[in-house]
Design a protein around this ligand. Structure first.
Ligand code: FCB
Length: 543
């Protein structure tokens, strides 16, 4: 099927007019010169070799739930239980990428990206985990994706595990709660290195272990749906301890896979291996010193929880200070194994939140802005919130805690740069979902806010890099609207919309913008004179 990638000339003109309006400009004023950068951010602001890409994950797009030998995943089962996903949505078909991957690769190619980040469905290549054999059809599928990308000059940037686990294993082990599960992951990773590693230069072992531990074992929103009060009322789980255990097992599983890669594959295959963390930035709720301390704890409790062990060999001192025996310990051998087990740090950055101290101030349930549990060790005794005095920290998006705060990109990159001695980083996800109330037809395809979002976040990323941060790439979440976990299809992050009946993909204005950005054609140089005059008039009128 042919994908229409051209916008009509009238909508293109409108797009140019709207881009020039820059909805986030005002938020960024303050004499710091950023408005200019926002207008001007260009591909050439990033170094040669910097990878620009788009990102997806297997469960969110593939569909083909039981085809060609694939077994059920934990997600396949979870979504079919009442109440787990908005509207009862499932990934049974998702965007049908399994059948349309060639068309999708053409689309990715048409954007002019350097790299494509995708993940391997574990139950598609190892339907029975470690015990059964390798599913040849699954291997063929990913081989074909990789070969077709390379044919078009696009680098595969492969996530081994992006949350879908063969249900048989999930059932047997209770997911990441059992240390025995680590070796199953290593077997899966080895299968990937063996079959695909001759052509893959960038490996991510696990997507967002911190987010996975949090949503699956603290809040019960992802399989296996564990939690306990005050975080929720699940049939099983302990929100104070299980996230710590799950994370511990994920970190050790990562480290074992990384050791195997480095010893047996890296010397010949020459790739690099890292992990991706959900990297929220935090700002103090008040100027008070106790809230500044809360920011440090929040960052340690989220970002450093995963990165510190993999770089330094142990959990962050901030966490060890307030956790008791529930924080698992690494043996001396494990410390050696885990220390320095990443070649790069992957950051998925979507949000900046306020952090409010819950040690010396009250964060009880009467404080409506605070999510439950802020007064517990598992949350670092920090209440995190997107709201202060009824005002959001930034413009809203389709997800309640993801507000638009472009400066957060620079702040989180600086934090990681300083804490980890400027180890190479990738921004492995950054993206915008339209708030539901703004999903009129215009915003739906003519997504000027998404464009402004990426321009603003890229401007702050470029600034962090000019100040020395070693960032090697930036991936947009996401190529096309997909299955957004417990939000189902309600939340739309795509450069392409997907018609729910026909599954046809249609480019949004943002796809066009990215293509031009990557060709180094700025929206300013595309702007006809009349448009410039029109918007400068409007600008003056507003002053
Ligand atoms: C991240 C996930 C990704 C996607 C985005 C919106 O936490 O890694 O799969 O759902 O959020």
């Amino acid at each position: 099927m042919k994908v229409t990638t051209m916008l009509s000339s009238s909508s293109f003109l409108l797009l140019i007019l709207l881009i020039s309006a820059n909805p986030y400009g005002r938020a960024l004023q303050g004499g710091n010169g950023i408005e200019e950068e926002l207008e001007d951010v260009k591909r050439s602001d990033f170094p040669t070799g910097f990878l620009f890409g788009v990102a997806t994950s297997s469960y969110q797009i593939e569909g083909a739930i039981l085809e060609d030998g694939k077994s059920l995943s934990n997600w396949d089962v979870f979504v079919h239980k009442n109440g787990n996903v908005n509207n009862g949505d499932t990934g049974d078909i998702a965007t049908d990428h399994y059948h349309r991957y060639l068309e999708d690769i053409e689309t990715i190619h048409s954007l002019g990206v350097d790299a494509y980040r995708f993940s391997i469905s574990w139950p598609r290549i190892l339907p029975n985990g470690k015990l059964g054999g390798v599913n040849a059809a699954g291997i063929m599928f990913y081989n074909s994706i990789i070969d077709n990308l390379l044919l078009r000059g696009i680098q595969p940037f492969v996530t081994i595990h992006h949350w879908d686990i063969p249900q048989v294993l999930s059932h047997e082990y209770g997911g990441w709660l059992n240390p025995l599960f680590q070796d199953d992951f290593v077997h899966f990773a080895e299968t990937c290195f063996k079959n695909f590693g001759d052509r893959v230069r960038h490996w991510v072992t696990i997507n967002e272990p911190n987010m996975a531990a949090d949503v699956a074992y603290e809040r019960g929103k992802h399989p296996p749906g564990h939690c306990s009060p005050p975080f929720g009322n699940c049939s099983a789980g302990n929100s104070d301890t299980e996230p710590l255990i799950a994370m511990h097992n994920m970190l050790l599983a990562h480290a074992k896979a990384s050791k195997l890669y480095r010893e047996q594959f890296q010397p010949k295959q020459g790739g690099v291996i890292g992990i991706v963390v959900h990297a929220i930035m935090y700002e103090p709720f008040t100027d008070d010193e106790i809230d500044q301390e809360a920011v440090k704890r929040a960052l340690a409790n989220n970002v450093a929880w995963a990165f510190d062990p993999l770089v330094f060999g142990d959990y962050p001192p901030e966490m060890r200070r307030y956790h008791g025996n529930e924080l698992p310990k690494f043996t001396p051998e494990e410390r050696l194994l885990i220390r320095d087990s990443i070649d790069f740090l992957g950051l998925n950055h979507y949000a900046t939140l306020y952090a409010k101290d819950c040690i010396r101030s009250s964060c009880g349930s009467s404080d409506s802005a605070c999510a439950p549990g802020g007064d517990r060790a598992i949350c670092g005794f920090v209440c995190t919130t997107a709201e202060r005095g009824g005002v959001l920290i930034g413009e809203p998006t389709g997800l309640p805690t993801f507000s638009v705060v472009p400066r957060g990109m620079e702040e989180i990159v600086d934090y990681v740069k300083n804490r980890y001695h400027n180890k190479p980083m990738f921004i492995t996800e950054n993206g915008y979902s339209t708030p539901p109330q703004q999903e009129q037809v215009d915003d739906f395809q003519l997504d000027v806010k998404r464009i402004a979002f990426h321009k603003a976040y890229l401007a702050f990323l470029a600034r962090a890099m000019r100040n020395g941060a070693d960032v090697r790439g930036y991936f947009v979440w996401t190529l096309m609207d997909d299955f957004e976990w417990s939000f189902g299809y309600d939340v739309k992050f795509g450069f392409y919309s997907v018609d729910c009946a026909t599954l046809n993909r249609t480019p949004r204005s943002s796809a066009k913008w990215y293509r031009n950005f990557l060709r180094n054609i700025s929206s300013d140089s595309m702007k006809p004179r009349t448009a410039v005059a029109f918007w400068s008039k409007v600008g003056r009128a507003e002053e």
